[in-house]
Design a protein around this ligand. Structure first.
Ligand code: RB5
Length: 150
C-alpha cells in the first residue's frame, strides 16, 4: 500500500519508528517530514499528507503530532479526506470498518510506542465494512460537495 506519513516535532520520534515498520512490511512509504525534533508547525505536514490523499497520489495517510488533534483538524479540511484521531485500538478498528478513514492521526504524547504500533497495524489491515456504512460516507461526500464547496 502507498502511504504518506508526516509529523511535527512532537510526533517525530514515533513517525520514524512507524515509518520503518511500514517499510519493513513492504509498504511504499512517502515521508513528508518533519526531519528532527526541532519545533515546526503541524499544519504544514498535515497539508502535505492530506493533499496526497485527496489527490489520490497515495491510498492512505498517517499524521502524528502531540495529541493528534491539530493534525486531524487540518486534514479534514481536504476534499475526500476522512481523518480519524485514534489513540486506542477500538477507535482505530472502527474508523476503518464504519468510517473508511483514509487518514490516521495519532497523539505521540498520548500513546506509548507499543500501543501506537498496534494502532497502526490494526488501522492499516482492517477493511471498510461497506453496506449501510457506505450510504453514510456518501452523505459525507454530498455535504462536502453541496454545503462546504458551494
Ligand atoms: C505542539 O506543541 C503541539 O501543539 C502539537 O504537536 C499538537 O499536539 C497540536 O494539536
Amino acid at each position: 500500500m502507498k502511504i504518506a506519513i508526516g509529523s511535527d516535532h512532537a510526533g517525530y520520534e514515533l513517525k520514524e519508528i512507524i515509518s520503518k515498520i511500514l517499510k519493513d512490511s513492504g509498504h511504499d512509504v512517502v515521508d513528508v517530514g518533519c526531519d528532527s525534533c526541532l519545533s515546526v508547525d503541524y499544519p504544514d505536514y498535515a497539508v502535505a499528507v492530506a493533499t496526497a490523499v485527496s489527490e489520490g497520489k497515495v491510498e492512505r495517510g498517517i499524521l502524528i503530532c502531540g495529541t493528534g488533534v491539530g493534525m486531524s483538524i487540518v486534514a479534514n479540511k481536504f476534499k475526500g479526506v476522512r481523518a480519524a484521531l485514534c489513540n486506542d485500538l477500538y477507535t482505530a478498528r472502527m474508523s476503518r470498518l464504519h468510517n473508511d478513514a483514509n487518514v490516521l492521526t495519532i497523539g505521540g504524547r498520548v500513546v506509548g510506542k507499543d500501543l501506537a504500533k498496534e494502532i497502526v497495524n490494526i488501522w492499516i489491515n482492517t477493511p471498510f465494512e461497506g453496506g449501510r456504512h457506505l450510504q453514510r460516507i456518501e452523505k459525507i461526500n454530498f455535504i462536502e460537495r453541496k454545503v462546504i464547496n458551494k
